[in-house]
Design a protein around this ligand. Structure first.
Ligand SMILES: [Fe+2]
Length: 244
């Protein structure tokens, strides 16, 4: 059987990334996909980019925060909880060479597994030619359902879609199988999460994996080093919402 490791939304959490990659390396993946959002929120966007860009077996897809980095767009978007000052700090730690590398991240990839087409992306894509000036993703579905995904993924023709963006894993079967792989490390649990797809010419299946990592080290670095680090930790890691 061949194996594809899938992770998403590492968001500067190199502790979780290192743990997840070690877990995927232990099962010997043929390739590993990161489904977007390498940067912002966590304490080590630079370290995450260095790790992911250094590996020949990793393909990174473009996420909305990666797009902001390419465009050096730091103003707060509607519904975003990442302050401009934070993004300025993070983007200031990254190099022009990294920006060029991220600019080349594809929006999606496809794989034929067990005779079926699997589609990978950060989130449902707008049905239009890519233009750096236009936000390419459909609105986030706060209450995911098969019907909601059938609607936003209407432009995608595949048997299954794997994506991230919301940071909370889920799966629904509508017109296609929809699998939100969840964030690798930007969530309340002390486990780094990944999905592994196993396939041959006739069959494919997927399962979720998790491994413990040092979330306290992340909290400490966010507190000590990161602009708005405490607020971002509370919101993204503890799911404490500012207004209750
Ligand atoms: Fe994200």
């Amino acid at each position: 059987m061949k194996k594809i490791g899938v992770i998403s939304d590492v968001h500067g959490n190199s502790e979780a990334l290192i743990a997840a990659l070690a877990m995927l390396d232990a099962v010997k993946c043929d390739e590993i996909l990161h489904l977007g959002d390498v940067v912002d929120i966590g304490p080590d966007s630079r370290g995450c980019l260095e790790i992911l860009l250094s590996r020949k077996d990793v393909i990174c897809l473009l996420g909305n925060h990666d797009r902001d980095f390419v465009l050096n767009q730091t103003e707060v978007r509607a519904k975003s909880h990442v302050p401009a000052q934070h993004k300025k700090q993070v983007f200031g730690t990254l190099t022009q060479q990294m920006r060029q590398a991220v600019k080349a991240f594809p929006l999606s990839v496809e794989r034929i597994c067990g005779g079926q087409k699997l589609f990978f992306c950060h989130y449902a894509l707008k049905d239009q030619p890519f233009d750096w000036n236009v936000f390419p993703f459909m609105p986030l579905q706060t209450e995911p359902s098969a019907e909601a995904f059938d609607e936003i993924f209407r432009g995608t023709k595949a048997d299954a879609v794997f994506f991230g963006h919301k940071h909370e894993p889920c799966e629904f079967r509508g017109r296609m199988l929809y699998v939100d792989v969840g964030s690798v490390g930007c969530h309340p649990s002390t486990f780094a999460r990944a999905v592994i797809i196993e396939y041959d010419d006739a069959h494919w299946s997927y399962r979720r994996l998790q491994t413990p990592y040092d979330i306290e080290a992340v909290r400490s670095r966010m507190h000590n080093e990161i602009v708005e680090g405490d607020a971002l930790y509370d919101f993204y890691f503890l799911r404490k919402h500012p207004n209750g």
